[in-house]
Every structure is written in C-alpha cells, then in structure tokens.
Write a protein that binds this ligand. Structure first.
Ligand SMILES: Cc1cc2nc3c(=O)[nH]c(=O)nc-3n(C[C@H](O)[C@H](O)[C@H](O)COP(=O)(O)OP(=O)(O)OC[C@H]3O[C@@H](n4cnc5c(N)ncnc54)[C@H](O)[C@@H]3O)c2cc1C
Length: 593
C-alpha cells in the first residue's frame, strides 16, 4: 500500500513545465510562518519547542504522503457490507487502505483525538492545551478534511464521558477513546440529527426505555458520520419525558455488546455525499439498541451542547485549514503561471484576487487561535474567558466556514480550468468546504446562537469588547491613531449586535451582526499579533492584514469610486514579498483615510 501511494505521488511530483506546479512536496508547517508566530504568541516556550518537530513532520506528511492518501480515499469511497463471508448478518464498512493510513497517522502517530484528554501523547508529560491540539488539526486537515470529523467526535465523546459519565462507564470506555494504539482504539460518533430536524433538535422522536441498569433505544438517526464508530453519544427522549430539548437525555451506545455481538442497530445505507467522501456517513435504525445514560437525564441537551461547541471550534479550525491549503495553491499558481507574458502575481487583478484569498485565511487563523486560547483559559477557571468563548465560538463557526466556500472557489479559479479537474486538490477542497457551514449548525442557526443567546441572553459581547480593548491597549508599538480607529469600530460592532439582539424584529440582521463582530475582532487580533510579531522578529506585515479587514470587509463605500489602487498595490507587494516589513514602512499604509 505504502508503495502504491508513493508511486502515485511521484506521478504528481514530476509535473509538466507548462502548467503551474501544485503544493506536492510542500511542508505545510514550514510554508506557514503565521502559524509559527501565533503558536509562539499563545503557547509557553517549552511547549512550543516540544511540539515544533512534530508539527514539522506532520507538515511534511500533509504536503506529500497524506495528501496523496486523501486523494485516493476521496475517490475510493467506503462500502457498506450487510453480511460477513459466512452469511452472518454482521455489518461492516470497508475502507480503502489510504483511509486506514490517514487514520494511522491522525490517531496512531500524532494522537490528535487524545491530546487534550490524555497525558503523555508525543512524549509530553501533561495534556495539551487546545491551542496546541488545533495546530495539529490545522495541519492535518490541509491534507484530509473527511477524517477530521471522526478525530473531532472521538475527542468530543471522550470529553463528554470524562465530564459527565459515571465511574463505571469511564472505566469501560474512556481508555479506548483516547488510545493511540490502533489495535485498542475505539473511535467515537455523535448522532443527533433526525429527519424531523437537525436544527430543531427538540423535535427528535428517538425514544429510550429503561431496562434495569441500561436503556433500549428505538427510532432513526438520519445523519451519522463515522457510522461504524465503536462508541456513540446520542440524544433520545426517555419514555414519558416532556417534549422539547428539556426532555432529551444523553446516552452512550456501544457498537458491540459485552459478548462481542453487534448492538441492536443497523446502518441502513451510507450517504452519497458532495464532499468528505472518504468518511462514512450513514442512516441508522435503532431497533432496541442497548445504551447507557450519561449524566443527568434532564440535562442531556445541555451536556451535548458542550460537545457541539467544541466541534464548532474544531469546524472553524478545519475550515481555516482548507483556506490555507487553497491559499498555498493559489500563491503557487500565481507565482509560476505565465499569462500574456507576465506571472499572474505581477498583474493587478491577480494580486487583488490573491488578497481576497489570503485575507479571510489570515482572519480565520487569528480567530481560531483566539477562540482556542479562550477555551484553554475558560477550562482553567476564568469566567471572563468563558464568556468570551461563548461569543467567539459561533462567530468563528459562522464566518470562517462561509469564507472557506468562497476562498476555495477563488483558489480553484486561480488555477484556471485545470483547477476544476479532480486530479488537483482544489476541486476536493471546494467540495469539502461546503460542509463546514452545514454540520454542527447551519449559518442561520449559529448566527442566531451568537446573537440571540450569546449576546441577548448571556451578554457575552461585553466580554468580547473588554478583551479587544485590552489587546488594543497592549499593542503599544502600533500607531495610536490606528488603535483608536479599531477601538471605535469595536464599540460600533458591539453596539450593533446589542441592537439586533434587543428586538425579535431585527432577527434578519443576525448574520450581518455576527459578521461584523468577526471582522472587528479579527482586525484587532491581527493588530495585536502584529505588534507581538514585530517585537519577536521585526516584521509588521500582520498589521497590514488588519487594515485590509477595513478595506475589504468593513467598508460599504461608494460602488462608483475607484479603489485606492496605489495603496492597495503597495500593501499587496509587501504581503506577497519574501522579506519582512518594517513598522515604519507599514505605518502610512495603515493610517490612510
Ligand atoms: C455530510 C454530513 C455529515 C453529518 N454528520 C452528522 C453527524 O455525524 N451527526 C449529526 O447529528 N448530524 C450530522 N449531520 C447533520 C447536520 O448537522 C444537519 O444537516 C444540520 O444541522 C442541519 O439540519 P437539517 O439537515 O435537519 O436541516 P434543517 O434543520 O431542516 O434546516 C434547513 C434550513 O432551515 C434553516 N433554518 C433552520 N432553523 C432556522 C431558523 N430558526 N431561522 C432561519 N433559518 C432556519 C437552516 O439554516 C437550513 O438552511 C451531518 C450533515 C452532513 C451534510
């Protein structure tokens, strides 16, 4: 298998000189100084130094071997078998060896699913903060997005179990969920969605009947990713419980019973999906499946929401990974493809298009780590960070997943017609990107979560405003006038979000308000990071991205006015150049009216 993948990879490495090369052979860690910078900002130095060689290795694999595995796994989709070869009714899903290889890397070699739960992964004596874990998520998903779901839900199941499960359940299932030994690993699944509604979870009809120390489940689950997961967390309504989300309980459902037989549920069929084709998503009929209650039965939905929120962060990171990969591809094309006698990167519209691809990617990277850092601090006990996390999570999930659709589409177009052809990764990236904004809550649902609940119910926007003001206070190396401008925009975005949240009549503005929060938060984060990076290695380029947020994403402007082409061109030159930019150089570009 290894050899097969290697040979296929070699086919790509020897590309024709006529067409622009792709990213084959690129080390996605080394090619990404922004990632290194942000990790150095958010992580303790000892931890950063410990993980860097591992990130370097994953970066190399993701740009080569794993990418080729992802291409193969996408083309050779999983197959559901109803019986074994002896005619027994034992269901199984057959995966291409390339998918198994991706699993081995993610779960076995790097242990991404277990990093924040189990000590000792990759030789680190403690659990990893979420920031460190998502650095691995980010690199891995640049090669393979489909398996990103099983990695994340396995992590989420283990977290739910360790937070709410009984000691007995933990003793039985936690070790397997956090194993890096592939022979002992039991991957997780999270089955919530039913035909009645994925958004309107309170309408679910799966019922649970108590039978001694366990429950029996009856009903159907409509979207079940990682369909053959060994340990599943799901929601069901105990018989007699009230309607709505308040009446649903959280249950753990094993794939196999203690005697080794399959639990009483059937994978009816696998979905034929647009993207994430490597990974099996199925429909499941529960025919008296044995399950165990997790935590308080009347708190099932609230507990599951914890998993959903950490999945939303993971989703944001994974969409950022797709954008980064698309960005690498677009820049590679633009620097190599010659049209009308010029490289695309030297043409005004080519540069502008690259800025449109790079900016949302850098915004999402900043927002991903800001959110992951808030989660780390919230878990360490900070109430302020918990409130910040409450608003950042849906904000990131909303905007980054939507931006990924556009960025991946634009990067595909940068390659021209061949970008549309499945031999190149761009087509796969675009297909995968369309999922990020659907699962774990569609765009409307997460925008409503941000506005109605995080702002309207919890007042979490105050924590965001406070955090952004502190960051601006800290970025003393940057021009005062720029920080004042960002401060004003922060207050306006927060004020607008409050106004939208205050009246039900304003609900249709929830998406716009969420986007505005995202844009100002990312502009401030980019400014704050820019100041820190400038201290570390005298490069102020990130500050220019904070200005581009204003130019590209926060100005409605007059559609008939010419763009300030000279200034935009100068910014693009600095951002696409190889050398660092001095603070003095960027100051004027930053402060233009
Ligand atoms: C590939 C894939 C894998 C998946 N894997 C899983 C899985 O493993 N586990 C799982 O539980 N689920 C999974 N899902 C399901 C996914 O989470 C749901 O599809 C999603 O939450 C939307 O639910 P729905 O499909 O029922 O759409 P609906 O809830 O019917 O929504 C339809 C439309 O109505 C809109 N809408 C809903 N409510 C409102 C509102 N109040 N205001 C305005 N608009 C609204 C939505 O935005 C959407 O556009 C998966 C989905 C896909 C595509």
């Amino acid at each position: 298998m290894h050899e097969l993948i290697k040979q296929d990879g070699a086919r790509y490495a020897s590309q024709s000189g006529l067409l622009a090369p792709d990213t084959t052979g690129m080390n996605f860690y080394r090619a990404d100084p922004s990632l290194t910078d942000l990790l150095r900002i958010h992580l303790a130095d000892t931890l950063f130094r410990h993980i860097e060689p591992h990130l370097d290795r994953l970066g190399e694999l993701a740009g080569g071997h794993l990418d080729e595995c992802a291409r193969l796994a996408d083309r050779h989709v999983p197959v559901l078998h109803q019986r074994d070869k002896f005619g027994h009714d034992v269901q199984s899903i057959e995966y291409h060896p390339a998918y198994r290889e991706l699993e081995r890397a993610a779960f076995g070699e790097f242990g991404i699913h277990a990093m924040s739960i189990r000590k000792g992964i990759l030789g680190w004596p403690d659990k990893y903060p979420v920031v460190a874990k998502h650095a691995f998520t980010f690199l891995f998903n640049q090669a393979e997005f489909g398996l990103g779901c099983p990695i994340n839900v396995t992590d989420g199941c283990a977290k739910l179990l360790s937070n709410f499960g009984s000691e007995e359940l933990k003793a039985k299932y936690l070790d397997g969920l956090t194993q890096t030994d592939m022979t002992r690993l039991t991957q997780g699944g999270q089955f919530m969605t039913e035909k009645e509604g994925g958004s309107d979870v309170g309408t679910l009809t799966t019922t649970a009947l108590q039978e001694g120390d366990h429950w029996r489940l009856f009903g159907e689950k409509w979207f079940c990713s990682n369909a053959d997961a060994k340990v599943v967390m799901l929601l069901a309504r105990p018989q007699g419980a009230p309607p709505g989300t308040g009446g649903v309980g959280l249950f753990l459902m094993p794939r196999f019973l203690d005697d080794g037989s399959q639990n009483h549920y059937r994978i009816v069929r696998l979905k034929d999906k647009l993207g994430t084709r490597s990974m099996a998503s199925g429909e499941i009929k529960l025919e008296g499946a044995i399950a165990y209650a997790v935590g308080r039965l009347d708190r099932g939905f609230v507990q599951m929401a914890e998993m959903v929120n950490s999945s939303r962060l993971s989703n944001g990171v994974k969409s950022t990974a797709l954008m980064r990969r698309a960005c690498h591809d677009a820049v590679t094309v633009a620097k190599n493809r010659v049209v009308f006698g010029s490289r695309i990167v030297d043409l005004p519209l080519g540069r502008r298009q690259l800025m449109k691809i790079m900016l949302p990617t850098e915004q999402a990277l900043s927002m991903s780590f800001l959110t992951a850092d808030a989660l780390d601090r919230a878990e360490a006990g900070s109430q302020d960070a918990a409130a910040l996390l409450r608003i950042l999570t849906p904000t990131l999930k909303f905007r980054a997943t939507r931006d990924a659709r556009k960025v991946c589409g634009d990067a595909l177009e940068m390659r021209g017609g061949i970008g549309y052809i499945e031999e190149f990764a761009t087509a796969r990236l675009l297909r995968d990107a369309h999922l990020g904004s659907i699962w774990e809550g569609t765009g409307n649902i997460v925008a409503l979560d941000a506005l109605k609940r995080a702002v309207g119910r919890h007042g979490a926007e105050s924590a965001l405003a406070a955090d952004l003001h502190v960051r601006l206070d800290e970025a003393t190396a940057t021009p005062q006038a720029w920080r004042d401008r960002l401060r004003g925009l922060t207050d306006r975005a927060v004020g607008f979000a409050r106004e939208v949240a205050a009246h039900a009549d304003n609900e249709a503005d929830a998406r716009r308000a969420t986007s505005l929060l995202y844009h100002v938060a990312s502009a401030v984060a980019l400014c704050w990071e820019g100041a820190r990076i400038n201290e570390m290695r005298a490069d102020a380029r990130r500050l220019l991205f904070s200005r581009l947020v204003l130019d590209h994403r926060l100005s409605s402007g007059d559609p008939f006015r010419l763009t300030e082409n000279a200034r935009q061109g100068a910014i693009a030159s600095l951002l696409l150049g190889e050398r660092p930019a001095r603070l003095a150089e960027v100051g004027e570009l930053l402060l233009a009216a």
